[in-house]
Design a protein around this ligand. Structure first.
Ligand SMILES: NC(=O)c1ccc[n+]([C@@H]2O[C@H](COP(=O)([O-])OP(=O)(O)OC[C@H]3O[C@@H](n4cnc5c(N)ncnc54)[C@H](O)[C@@H]3O)[C@@H](O)[C@H]2O)c1
Length: 462
């Protein structure tokens, strides 16, 4: 059952009688309808009334209205204004550009801008590699989207995608000191996206593709990697794959199994599932069985695109056919990046002993985690209100920090594997248990460990 969280937080400014019991009555009214009170501030005080800001977490717009109604139903209470704190946070956007140099006088101007800057331009013209030494290219990543697969919202377009891209840029800065900037493209044509990214690439040290729908995202990434001399990384694919593989490594430590002995069912072969399967195959698993909306992916199906044909050819050693429920029988691991509510505890009971279930469809997972826990030994989701959150923030900031520090021109599978191992290793034997298979997203060691692991591989491969 979901609990009200800060993602839907409101502040209600209201007038109430200045009685000794007012605060308690207001707080109780919020609690009675399931709101979670997080702050109570008196903003004005008069002999006949007080004005207070009540801040609380709700579940939805309807729930926020219920809370407001419960407060208004109290005697002598009048609501002045309701503010949605999430919208307040977005007013004017979430990121900005700051100058690193002081511009106090003509002397500063002459060096930061003309005429002095001209000599720096000429140096770069003579030696283009100097762009990494003398410009923002050294630390800057483009967060590129076409707005076609934004969160669980689908194809909402480039402008509506901007708040997510701004958030991503803020995370890059916070966790790894990377200067990332949103690039929201007003096209969903593969060739146009590739051309646009190619045209802006000189100013960036890396390209982070974001929320671009499958299967288009596969071709865009592959062709950009061919064309550009900077790393191109689709976070929905590889960021997810890194964290899933890290979490699986630790989950297997918890249940005492070797990956080489495990059959892993991956449900969903879109952006996330395809990348997870490819990275899993690098770990020499016993077998991987992929499942999509048409059932188990196998060579006998005639509806497979090139991506799923590759998956059919490289997975499912036993030639399984049928649906997800059939694939789960005897499986050691389930990894879902597909759709909500596909199975229940009865199907988990058919899996092998000490099974592992990662139900990552957002916001509603493939199985209710509380149902999964009835039979599985380790359960993870993509949600922040359950333990073991599979969150890409554990990977992408450190990955780009390492790539930028190494002046890398490309990203390789070995770097993804190194990043996954680094995330997993942050959880040492002391901390590891069934409810703690991945580190906290706020663990300051994660990004630096990932960066160092990626940098080391990049330097070795350069
Ligand atoms: N860190 C995380 O927790 C994390 C990361 C990435 C994606 N996800 C979640 O995973 C899901 C998939 O993301 P994506 O970007 O790969 O999407 P996508 O659209 O590219 O792929 C979805 C896949 O799910 C399959 N699918 C849909 N309905 C199905 C069903 N009923 N049975 C079996 N398969 C079904 C489709 O065939 C497709 O292969 C989303 O819910 C997303 O939020 C979570």
């Amino acid at each position: 059952m979901p609990v009200p969280g800060p993602g839907y937080s409101i502040t209600i400014r209201l007038e109430a009688a200045p009685s000794a019991s007012a605060a308690g009555e207001l707080a109780s009214a919020v609690g009675r309808v399931g709101g979670v009170l997080t702050a109570f501030d008196v903003v004005e005080s008069h002999s006949d009334r007080i004005v207070v800001d009540i801040t609380c977490n709700a579940l939805s717009a309807n729930h926020a209205q219920d809370i407001q109604d419960a407060l208004v139903a109290l005697p002598d209470v009048r609501v002045r204004k309701v503010s949605d704190r999430t919208f307040l946070m977005h007013l004017g956007g979430k990121i900005e550009v700051n100058s690193k140099v002081a511009l106090r006088n003509r002397d500063d101007l002459s060096r930061a801008y003309t005429p002095g800057v001209a000599r720096v331009c000429q140096a770069i013209a003579a030696n283009p590699e100097d762009a990494r030494r003398l410009t923002i290219k050294r630390n800057t990543v483009a967060v590129v989207t076409d707005g076609s697969a934004v969160l669980g919202l689908g194809n909402i377009g480039p402008a509506a995608a901007l708040p997510v891209m701004e958030g991503k840029a803020a995370l890059f800065k916070k966790f790894a000191g990377v200067d990332a900037w949103p690039v929201c493209l007003d096209t969903q044509d593969t060739d146009e996206i590739i051309r646009a990214v190619e045209l802006i690439a000189p100013g960036y040290g890396g390209i982070n593709l974001e929320d671009i729908a499958a299967p288009r995202c596969f071709e865009i990434e592959a062709r950009l990697r061919e064309k550009l001399d900077i790393p191109v990384f689709h976070d929905d694919q590889h960021g997810t794959a890194i964290v899933v593989v890290a979490a699986l490594r630790n989950a297997l430590r918890v249940v005492g199994k070797e990956i080489g002995d495990c059959r892993i069912v991956v449900c969903g072969v879109g952006a996330a599932g395809s990348a997870i399967i490819r990275l899993l195959l690098k770990q020499q698993p016993g077998d991987v069985v992929a499942v999509d909306i048409g059932g188990v992916v196998h060579g006998g199906r005639d509806d497979l695109d090139p991506n799923r044909q590759w998956i059919a050819a490289n997975t499912n050693k036993q030639g399984l056919t049928g649906d997800l429920h059939k694939a789960l029988v005897g499986a050691d691991v389930f990894i879902g990046v597909s759709a909500p509510n596909l199975f229940g505890a009865d199907q988990v009971a058919t899996m092998a002993e000490r099974s592992i279930v990662f139900a990552l469809a957002n916001p509603d997972p493939e199985i209710d985690p509380l149902e999964a826990q009835k039979h599985a030994a380790v359960v993870a989701t993509g949600r922040s209100d359950y333990p073991n959150q599979i969150n890409n923030v554990l990977a992408f900031p450190g990955v780009f920090r390492g790539l930028l520090d190494a002046h890398a021109h490309r990203i390789t599978d070995d770097m993804l594997v190194a990043a996954a191992n680094a995330v997993a290793d942050v959880v040492d034997a002391e901390k590891l248990n069934a409810s703690f298979i991945v580190p906290s997203v706020f663990d300051p060691h994660v990004a630096s460990a990932v960066a160092e692991a990626v940098r080391a591989v990049a330097v070795r491969e350069s």
